[in-house]
Design a protein around this ligand. Structure first.
Ligand code: ATP
Ligand code: MG
Length: 283
């Protein structure tokens, strides 16, 4: 039996995609990852290495071609896993309040109770004044706050975040990182897997940073972030922060160079790294 503190256990996870019936793309793996309960793990890796594919497999949105994923969640939790994507993915025809309460309503929570619960998270994310607004009247940063509030309102045990701040400008991105840091630290116990291209983001937020290789993504290294919690945004100004960022960049840069060489050779994200196509599992 697995250690009880392990929340996510991924073993030999691989994913191939069929391309044109004859060829397949080896997108990911074999990839192994254990995430402990209450741990905040960040994943970095070159573009196209399979990060989103892995997260979608964890979320149960995609099946692995090989290997297995186990989530050790409480059977009584109604929404054990929720996910936040880069592109906000909120309903434009629902108000902010209803976007956030919707997940609870789907679970059968009566509307008034669901809306009241949603309001707690709207407050925490600075959205209380926008409860009756429609998403298209909000800035990108506010829309992403709505997506995060929606993911947290269902009180998931595991939160999966796929480059949630990538579309935001640098200042807003930093504000969002700081807010998420504060929320997560004051709300201990939630397990998070967070994908990012920003080493700074990974270090500010993560307990551990996983560096992945170029496609098909495998583990290059799992590195513990050496800064104690609770952390504050001032961490970024410490010279040790920069030193650690450089260490991670040393690990990552040859993988990024590998990715760039593929792009130059025309085999980058063109689905050309191919072999014979096996039977594809259905998604
Ligand atoms: N449904 C699909 N069908 C075919 N190929 C796919 C599919 N989904 C992803 N891929 C390919 O699999 C590889 C991994 O994609 P994935 O989106 O997981 O990468 P990523 O690491 O998240 O990249 P990025 O950093 O750019 O977001 C890429 O080459 C991508 O084009
Ligand atoms: Mg991705």
């Amino acid at each position: 039996m697995a250690d009880t503190s392990v929340k996510i256990s991924a073993r030999d996870v691989e994913r191939h995609f069929g391309i044109d019936g004859k060829h397949r793309l080896h997108a990911l793996g074999p990839f192994d990852l254990d995430v402990n309960e209450g741990e905040f793990v960040c994943i970095v890796g070159p573009s196209g290495c399979g990060k989103s594919t892995f997260l979608r497999i964890l979320a149960g949105l995609l099946r692995p071609s090989n290997g297995s994923v186990e989530l050790f969640t409480n059977a009584a939790t109604e929404t054990p896993v929720s996910m936040v994507f880069q592109d906000y993915s909120i309903y434009p025809w629902k108000t902010v309040e209803r976007n956030v309460s919707f997940g609870l309503e789907l679970r059968g929570v009566p509307k008034t109770k669901a809306v009241a619960q949603a309001h707690d998270w709207l407050e925490r994310l600075g959205l209380a004044d926008f409860a009756r607004a429609y998403p298209d009247t909000l800035s990108g940063g506010m829309r992403q706050r709505v997506a995060i509030a929606r993911a947290l309102t269902v009180e998931p045990e595991i939160l999966l975040m796929d480059e949630p701040f990538a579309a935001l400008d640098a200042q807003l991105r930093q504000v969002m990182q700081d807010d998420l840091l504060e929320i997560w630290q004051s709300d201990a116990g939630r397990t998070v897997v967070f994908i990012t291209h920003s080493l700074e983001e990974a270090i500010v937020l993560g307990d551990r940073v996983i560096v992945m290789s170029a496609r098909p993504g495998t583990m290059v290294r799992s590195v513990d972030v050496p800064f104690p919690r609770p952390r504050t945004p001032e961490l970024r100004a410490q010279s040790e922060f920069n030193d650690f960022k450089n260490e991670l960049w040393d690990l990552l840069k040859s993988e990024v160079a590998h990715y760039m060489a593929e792009i130059r050779a025309g085999t980058g994200d063109t689905h050309a790294a191919v072999g014979p196509s096996p039977a594809e599992p259905e998604d």
